[in-house]
Design a protein around this ligand. Sequence first.
Ligand code: HEC
Ligand code: HEC
Length: 702
Amino acid sequence: MRPLPALLASSLLGAGLGAGCSSDSSTGAGTGSSTAASASAAPLDAATSAPVAPTSARVAVRQGGALARGVGEAALYVADEDHRALRRVALPIRADSPSRSLELPGQPAQVLPMAGRVLVTIRDPSLLLVVAVDAKGDLSETARVELPPDAWGLALTKDEKTALVTSAWAAQVSAVDLGANEKQWSVSVGREPRGVVVREDGSVAYVTHLVGASISRLDLAGAGATEPPKVTPVLLPPAPLRSPSGVTLNASLGYAAVLSTDESRLYVARHALGALGEESWFGASTVDVLLTAGDTPLAPRRHDRLPFLRADKAPTGTELIVPGKPVSPFTQPRAIAYRASTRTLLVASEGDDTVIEVDALGLDPSRGVLRKLQVGSGYDPNLPVASTCGAPTGLALSEDERTLWIWCRSTYDLATVALDAFAPDRTPPADAPPPEVSVVRLAEDPLGDADVAIGRRLFYNATDKVTSGGLACAGCHPEGRDDGHVWHEAKFNTKDGTQLNFVGHQANIPAEEGVRGVPRRTPMLAGMVAAAGPYGWHGESADLPSRLNAGFGLHRWGGMPEHQAANLSARSGRLTEFLRRGLKAPPAVTRELDATEKRGREIFSDPDVGCAQCHVPETGYTNRVAYPLKKLPTLAAFDDEEKAAFKTPSLKFVGGRAPYFHDGRAASLEWIINNNTDDRMGSTKSLSGPDRAALVAFLRTL
Ligand code: HEC
Ligand code: HEC
């Protein structure tokens, strides 16, 4: 490795200004929890009045984010995905603050500053980039390490020698030796790994997933330079206190997790699909706690066979009202930060342009919302999406934890919030004025088209009542991908009559209805919506805007307010533009196919097997026609559906987006081929074992 450029930390941000005042500060300088303290631990700065430069040269937050605070310098870093830029913003932020940016070889996902250099993950081409920062704040690339496709999350070991990187699309985690700037190992985990944290003693890392209720545990102690660690899925039921009794719900949007200072608790911010609540059609956002001592969830599961109590039926004074109000205290959690001085958690709520602060000591922290910071503003009365600070995506705290910075990804704004210190009782007084939010814009929409820019804002926005009833497009189609969930499309009695709506779990439907709904697996959109039409699982919508209009009516509880054609088309037209021009397709396989994959392609194209007749390669591996394939047994959680013709789905990116079919019954591509009995879909009966494997191998390259 080439030597690091020395960093002149001439202006120390907030040095000595309360950094040592709290016994629980994030350097781990506090209370008796120092079992893991190693020889290389940062010098303690408590009760020092002298400048504390050495502390600032150490990395306090060993986790990447879309936004992060520089180490040993007064600056913030932004991984600006849409502009393919790494931005450095000098502190304190002023409208004329010098801001520097480095053009990157692809879209960045996370940034993790160290002393004198910054680590950045790049999605496609998939890289860990090492960027040097000189004394003037100029940025230059010093090394790049190739990684499995779609590098995303980033964490650093305490000795600052190894970076762990998740690869979202490849479903792998890799270790990078930061001395040699070389990849050590990669290991497979579940679908869509995103956030990663590593314990101080380097023994264990936890990885969150965008899809599914489990997180992954990596045992690093036994891993060597090239020997990958053991991976264990750890089931962390989302919102167990708000789940139907006896049920472990599905989860999505597991973008982020954080450890408490003493590492006894891991906090995972996610979406609990089907959590109970009044009119809770989509479930609720949650922060779930894992006790790291035994990898057990903190909150117990609700007892089996408890009655399902609806809020409107609950006798007043009932202590535990599940469901209860509000439906969801925040929506689409995107980033999480631990505020050690107040033992609270800050969660970026992408859908409603807020950041919530919750009690980190709670059984279900998301039920103990201490305050909600409104960061979005400038809502147009007609298309009520924030024109300033929409879709908060990144969070960074100052060293004294009194200033919070927020990166808003749909408007490219950086917000600064002065958090008052509301210890010791940790509740701000009721009459306290809301903290002031000041905002600077770092860039304009990269596509330079006002309609696409609004489409982008609409895509992340959950507060516009016309597009949805509280969950944005990005809530089910994160980044235009999918939540891996099978929604229930059900007709039942809502507050305004009998309506056809989606629900996350059958228990979200009022008990007396006895309706379960028909299954609707969320489709992936990124790179898959270029065709004129038709759209919808039955191919029932002629084109994309009409599918979006139909969708607006489904994702909510009850009927659509302001249901006028002009209101719908104002949104669906702009969203259509954004879906086609603004979403990024997952990384495609561009290498030459190997012998097995080539054999698979032959089989796929063989007229006697028949796949290519419906999944036409020239048109995205679909002919977009709906076929009534032979009916399979009705799934237990769903109602039977009379209309049996489903549109041939495109097979693009099929290897990375299980489960399959409109009802999600197929967990894997192997399952599809091995259960294609009676040649229900193409003729696979007579294919040998190796030929089946070859067919699957080919499908994975699409
Ligand atoms: C509650 C989850 C949810 C939300 C919110 C949601 N979708 Fe969907 N989306 C689905 C499901 C499930 C389907 C499949 C329904 C069907 O086709 O019958 C779907 C289908 C689609 C399709 C059709 C794709 C195809 O190939 O046929 C498009 C396009 C789409 N959604 C775009 C959007 C946009 C844009 C938004 C925001 C306005 C949005 N969705 C919000 C779950 C959701
Ligand atoms: C008669 C048209 C037809 C033929 C022939 C056909 N398929 Fe399909 N395929 C469909 C339809 C329709 C679906 C969706 C069924 C559903 O959702 O219930 C589907 C679904 C799939 C899926 C799941 C995709 C997803 O996103 O859920 C895969 C994978 C697939 N087909 C592969 C194949 C292969 C491999 C062959 C050849 C052996 C084949 N198909 C032949 C019509 C066809």
